[in-house]
Ligand binder design. Structure first.
Ligand code: UFG
Length: 320
């Protein structure tokens, strides 16, 4: 298929692009490089520098595509509570443009990078797709709004979509083909790596008084190569079955902040100084996925999402 990957120069987008190329698809990346980097553009794909808020540019890029994979979004939950206007513009308005351009260009398949942030504070664990959605931050709200629009466009216009609810994306390409660093990362693993690499003084652990074994928050970290494989499988599924899906992608493994830090110290051989600071607002104590649905319908399973592989593949990029 001809696939337009919007946000394909970014962290997850570049891994998805590589996976589509490896599976024999033709890939065009559309990206404004606001958080992505040229370093993440492959020789065997086409690149269009453009912004999703520019409708005509988007429409031009979309023509001739069989599918759109949309990963262009602002994703820092904390920032979204301070700058909702940035998140509504980039995430909601940007996606409305993409949906309308897809309709006008006759592109029927849309793969959308959603997030476990749509669930909010867990009512039970592990979280499956039937869990109520009640986002705790504005970022999660934007993802849920987009999922709802996708469902309406499906009903009214026959658009097919796969909404992929990622848990905590981490790791780097296991074959070492992607080396672009995220600018100003806000997530745990890149921050630990920046400390290990001497780019940052210490890791601030946001609270050690949670109701968990070591007092720090537990998350479900899933390797980007696994996420990338999920995109290819999901597109294949909605195309072949002429249906839409909303599916979790998580490793089903919970790792605490201190647990991740300990493994990172061992893998990197660096001391990685840390200090305990206050809780970060909106952080649930535990978040783990059920990926049973993805296993059943997509035959998808996390292969690289153990903490060692996540850290080893990331450290290979950061140590340079
Ligand atoms: N953490 C720290 N110190 C830091 C950064 C993070 O202690 O400097 C802790 C957080 O408090 C949390 C854990 O590490 O307990 C993971 O935090 P991240 O910021 O890496 O990730 P989140 O769980 O907050 O959110 C991530 C993505 C969201 C996505 C969510 C889905 O950033 O976009 O996973 O589970 F919605």
């Amino acid at each position: 298929m001809n696939i337009l990957i919007i946000g394909g120069a970014g962290y997850i987008g570049s891994h998805a692009a590589r996976e589509f190329l490896d599976n024999g698809h033709r890939v065009t990346v559309f990206d404004n490089l606001s958080s992505g980097t040229r370093e993440n553009i492959f020789k065997d794909e086409e690149f269009i520098y453009g912004d999703i808020l520019d409708y005509s540019e988007l429409l031009r890029a979309m023509r001739g595509s069989d599918a759109v994979v949309h990963l262009a979004a602002a994703k820092a939950a904390g920032e979204s509570m301070l700058k909702p206007e940035k998140y509504s513009r980039q995430n909601i308005s940007g996606t409305v443009n993409i949906l309308n351009a897809a309709l006008e260009a006759g592109v029927k398949n849309i793969v959308f990078s959603s997030s476990a942030a749509v669930y909010g504070e867990p009512q039970y664990l592990p979280i499956d797709e039937k869990h109520p959605t009640n986002p705790e931050n504005y970022y999660g709200f934007t993802k849920l709004e987009i999922e709802r629009s996708l469902a309406w466009y499906e009903r009214l216009k026959g658009v097919r979509f796969a909404a992929l609810r990622y848990f905590n994306a981490a790791g780097y390409d296991v074959k070492g083909r992607i080396t672009g660093l995220e600018q100003n990362p806000a997530n745990l693993l890149p921050i630990i790596m920046e400390v290990a690499a001497g780019m940052r003084r210490e890791l601030c652990i946001f609270g050690d008084d949670y109701d968990t074994q070591d007092g720090t928050c537990i998350r479900d970290y899933v390797h980007v190569n696994d996420l990338a494989a999920g995109h290819v499988a999901a597109l294949d599924y909605i195309d072949k079955n002429n249906t839409s899906i909303t599916v979790n992608l998580g490793s089903e493994n919970g790792v605490s902040v201190k647990g991740m830090l300990e493994i990172a110290r061992r893998v990197t051989g660096k001391p990685v100084p840390s200090k305990i600071v206050g809780r970060r607002p909106g952080d649930p104590a535990r978040l783990t996925a059920s990926s049973q649905y993805a296993r059943e319908i997509l035959g998808w399973q996390a292969r690289y999402s153990d903490a060692e592989t996540l850290i080893e593949t990331t450290w290979k990029v950061y140590r340079k």
